[in-house]
Design a protein around this ligand. Sequence first.
Ligand code: PMP
Length: 463
Amino acid sequence: MADHTTRLNDPSVTANAAWAARDLAHVWHPCTQMKDHDALVPMIPVASASGVWLTDFAGQRYLDAISSWWVNLFGHANPRINAAVRAQLDQVEHVILAGFTHPPVIELSEQLTALAPAGLSRCFYADNGSSAVEVAVKMSFHYWRNAGQGGKRRFITLSGSYHGETLGALAVGNVELYKDVYQPLLMDVITVPSPDAWGREAGESEADFARRQFAHMEAALVRHAHEAAAVIVEPLVQCAAGMRMYDPLYLRLLREACDRHGVHLIADEIAVGFGRTGTLFACEQAGIRPYFMCLSKGLTGGYLPLSVVLTTDAVYQAFYDEYTKLNAFLHSHSYTGNALACAAALATLAIFREDDVIARNRVTSAHMARQLQRLADHPHVGEVRQRGMIAAIEMVKDKPTREPFPWTERRGLAVYRHALTRGALLRPIGNVVYFMPPYVITPEEIDFLVEVAREGIEKAACA
Ligand code: PMP
């Protein structure tokens, strides 16, 4: 694979440069210090994408190891999803979902309620993950209000949690980097220490640590149940915190305690849903049904923005009343339940059914685990961890003490830059290098990623 530096004389590179310059003149990119693009980080214009590969205007390919922010499941330009979206274009592209409906949203709701944990029988749509979290938060509060308990208006969240960037979603999340500046604008939440297994003592099992950490949650519920509407969690993996993983026991204890204390449980499966952790939904591994389950990202196979909150009939019934009682859930987004997005989602679910994806992913993730073991002994790797199709490598300055590299040194950025020169899109979170690839990745492509990650970690550690 050609190195960027060896391609500088290639005339086709100028097309990349021209697009990059036009981009930087007007586009303000997400989650980016734009000054980094002055010299530190190249802007990569994508000319085409197919399978796990993104291709720029000079023909350089990049393996999309992070599924374009965790959304893509079955590769870019997937023929089956392409065909479904094309066919839907000739029927109806979008229609208001209040008072009107369309077959894709009906069929999708039938299929999702059949696949989700039993009892989640109602689907409320929005158009991105953060909006789904806003819906769940508002719906939980509003449920209690309709039930005559308007005092239940606070939310309990875990340290290290992430639920999106809109103000409500940001408030119930807990990643300082994204939240701290906006704190004055945010509702006050109750934050409980996470069961993140990285924090366990040497020799302590993940389950024992989950049980130990649960004592904090139990205490918070005892103290705050009278004023708490819901607990919100990312089941099994706190992705934005650096793919922090925890034992399913925590979710079992949490579900039981939420029932005991009369508090809702919101499962944010926006990142972990649709097979990422090894089961279709992460909640399955704990055998629990939340009151609200938020889905987005992989829902459309990574094609179009769509999200949905699944909830129970009991919650639905609490809003079902005479109009004049003013109990309805009057929340809306213009693109709610977009027909093209629903068609992409139906094609995605068809692939899960027809290709036995969950079983095939077990083989792929076992290969990933075997290859990643090669990195476990590296002096700058504190831990390699994995849940299904999510794998993470924790870079540390000092292995015995697990002392992290200071964040200001931006070691992850060094890995990102190295990976680009080798033809891979790895986008570490702080000191955590991770793979969250499309499920169509091959064993050889996994081997390539592991090699690029190893080189990147070496370079970053010596930077
Ligand atoms: N919840 C979780 C767990 C997420 O990982 C994300 C996105 N990374 C969101 C919510 C927000 O989704 P969106 O970016 O579509 O608003």
